[in-house]
Design a binder for this molecule. Sequence first.
Ligand SMILES: Nc1ncnc2c1ncn2[C@@H]1O[C@H](COP(=O)(O)OP(=O)(O)OP(=O)(O)O)[C@@H](O)[C@H]1O
Ligand SMILES: [Mg+2]
Length: 386
Amino acid sequence: MPGASLEGMYTTLAVKGYRSLRDVVCRLGRVTVVTGGNGSGKSNLHKALRLLAACGQGRVASSLALEGGLSSVLWAGPESLRGARRTGRVEGTVRSAPISLQIGVGGQGLGYLIDLGIPQQSAHTCFNRDPEIKREAVWLGPVLRPSALMARRRRGTLEVRDGQWRPAGTLATHASLLGSRAVPELRDLAEELAAWRFYDALRVDRDAPARRPQVGTRTWSLADDGADLAAAWRTIEEHGGSPLQTLLDDALPGSRVHVEEQGGVFRLLLEQPGMLRPLETAELSDGTLRYLMLLAALHAPDAPPLLALNEPEGSLHEQLIEPLARLILDASRRTQIVVVTHSPQLAALLAADDEVEHLHLVKDLGETTIEGQGLLARPAWEWGSR
Ligand SMILES: Nc1ncnc2c1ncn2[C@@H]1O[C@H](COP(=O)(O)OP(=O)(O)OP(=O)(O)O)[C@@H](O)[C@H]1O
Ligand SMILES: [Mg+2]
């Protein structure tokens, strides 16, 4: 595939203690394809990325609350599975480390990790279940090294390094250092994480938001439920410079999209060969509508730094899988992409590319592991300690 790797690409994702991801460190490529059986942890990986984005948006505590709270998302197995691997029996053991959920990402630009835990219980508050940010770190490069650290937070204390470490204020237990106004680099990183896009609920059912006309404004990236498809499509046509018509022809030969606006309400119409009139989104087949949404998501004029798709192949006929693979590989020149898929065809087409990482997940005693990743193949990662 032409083109060097993306500038500032993330190369490593690490998750510890989150759902079935007891301790995973994986390499990220320009495209990362994630496959595996039902329940192997693919969506958990997608959700872990979404939590990182929530850190950038200052919403990590509320995002965890929406998932049922920290206690529900913490790894539910024993601290170590070493004994269970020997005996084949999983038994609770006395914990040696504090309860903690850690997620981090590193690469060619800034790296970031967050370590969440349970607060000291107090009779004076009703919020004893809120997660507490115990630790955060920001560094330059793929792995946290003391010499590359730029900012760190331990409980409420923020310190930054410009030559020497200096205190940079205090933070509330739920507030990420990324929200700190003290350091411009942290704000840039927050914006970058907040701009990651996630598509795992591109609904195409009869009542799907994308099937209804909508009041539209310029839309720089498609909403995660695809509701603003018509406005997003038109924005790409007017501002994006992407050859949407050619890309559409690649998948649905001879079809043409028109976006109409009346009184501020946008509707998307699809002209297809053999039809006497264009069809409204309400009338399109599930696969056709989904493909249009994927096209709009992958060609957003504001290319996000990272875009994650969870099972984009849903309701697509085999014929559309090849164009979809081309679409993803083409978009990966602008955006780093993580694709979770159950389609062997899509996985194989993507994985044929040199710059694509393929992670095949398996569940072993309830724990997600990456097939073929022995200790030696595990990318370097450093969590540091509380
Ligand atoms: N707190 C937890 N601790 C340990 N394991 C958990 C926890 N919460 C969920 N799981 C496990 O995670 C699994 C679900 O993982 P996930 O949703 O990522 O699967 P998936 O690979 O996306 O599967 P599918 O292909 O069916 O969508 C469940 O089978 C469950 O065993
Ligand atoms: Mg899933």
